[in-house]
Design a protein around this ligand. Structure first.
Ligand SMILES: [Zn+2]
Length: 296
């Protein structure tokens, strides 16, 4: 504080400001400058010899904006809470996983510190609240994002930071079967012709995130065709060693037959070499299915 005041005075002296008047002109603005600077960064230049009343006309108006913004945010939070309470009263749903409280298994989940980021894009009509697993999957990871929608202009826009689609792998929908292409691999990266890439290990090591499409077969296909940036992503398919734990409960959403949580578990655990990731996600999926069967 002392340093800044001294610097202000020095600057004024350099501009040839009158020493006698500076007591009056510097002391008043200095009292309110910290507030202004905290909010706006640089302060407007105080005109030479100006008394406080001659400050730029927007000085106080601008300073008032943040408090309005804060009030608006608070109002929004209040409204959201109200809406949530209405939902809870009607269907008693968990706020985190979106499931009926009787089916919720997310309360004891401790998010894993994943290196490979997870992005799940959910078709807006994917309405399976009882058996859907997208929100549960995201809850398991510290670095995971779920977006509901049909199209986004780019990966960078979705994530809100620069991202290279070449270093992201999308779980591909094509008809290729991992078992036929590379029987010894559980994750296979394909080129655009649908053939396995030659340097699998190096390319897989380079991956920093995975994209999963959540919805039934035709919903996932719609997402694929509406998002041109997905063409730039690496394509991977899975060769699961066992069928989905869904069993007969749900028609399989993808050709590899896995639920979103099983696919994410397998993909991330293989890419990171961390079996504990798959174990944790599989355990909570099985718990969810057990609750579902018990509720029927
Ligand atoms: Zn929950």
């Amino acid at each position: 504080m002392q340093g800044r005041r001294k610097k202000d005075v020095d600057a004024r002296d350099k501009r040839g400001h009158d020493g006698g008047k500076s007591d009056l002109t510097t002391s008043e603005p200095t009292l309110i400058q910290p507030n202004y600077q905290e909010v706006h960064g640089a302060r407007p230049d105080v005109p030479k010899g100006a008394a406080p009343k001659a400050l730029p006309p927007n000085w106080r108006i601008k300073a008032a904006v943040p408090s309005i913004a804060v009030e608006a945010l608070a109002a929004q939070a209040y409204r959201l809470r109200m809406e949530q309470e209405v939902v809870n009263a009607a269907g008693a749903e968990c706020e985190r996983c979106g499931k009926a409280v009787a089916l919720c298994v997310c309360d004891t989940i401790v998010p894993l510190d994943n290196r490979i980021e997870v992005l799940i894009l959910q078709h807006p009509q994917e309405q399976d609240r009882a058996l859907g697993t997208a929100r549960l999957t995201v809850r398991h990871f510290r670095h995971a994002v779920l977006k509901v929608g049909l199209s986004w202009p780019s990966l960078t826009k979705i994530l809100g930071r620069p991202a290279d689609p070449q270093r992201w792998a999308i779980l591909y929908l094509g008809s290729a079967k991992a078992a036929a292409l590379a029987p010894d691999r559980e994750v296979v990266m394909l080129n655009r012709k649908g053939e396995p890439e030659r340097n699998q290990d190096a390319l897989l090591r380079d991956i920093e995130g995975v994209v999963l499409l959540d919805g039934n077969w035709s919903q996932a296909k719609a997402l694929w065709w509406r998002n041109a940036w997905m063409l730039k992503c690496r394509r991977v398919i899975l060769g699961p060693p066992r069928p989905s734990r869904y069993g007969q409960l749900r028609r399989e959403p993808r050709r590899d037959g896995l639920s979103t949580i099983e696919a994410a578990a397998m993909l991330v655990s293989r890419l990171e070499g961390r079996p504990d990731i798959e174990a944790a996600l599989t355990a909570s999926f099985e718990k969810m299915l057990a609750r579902y069967r018990a509720s029927k």
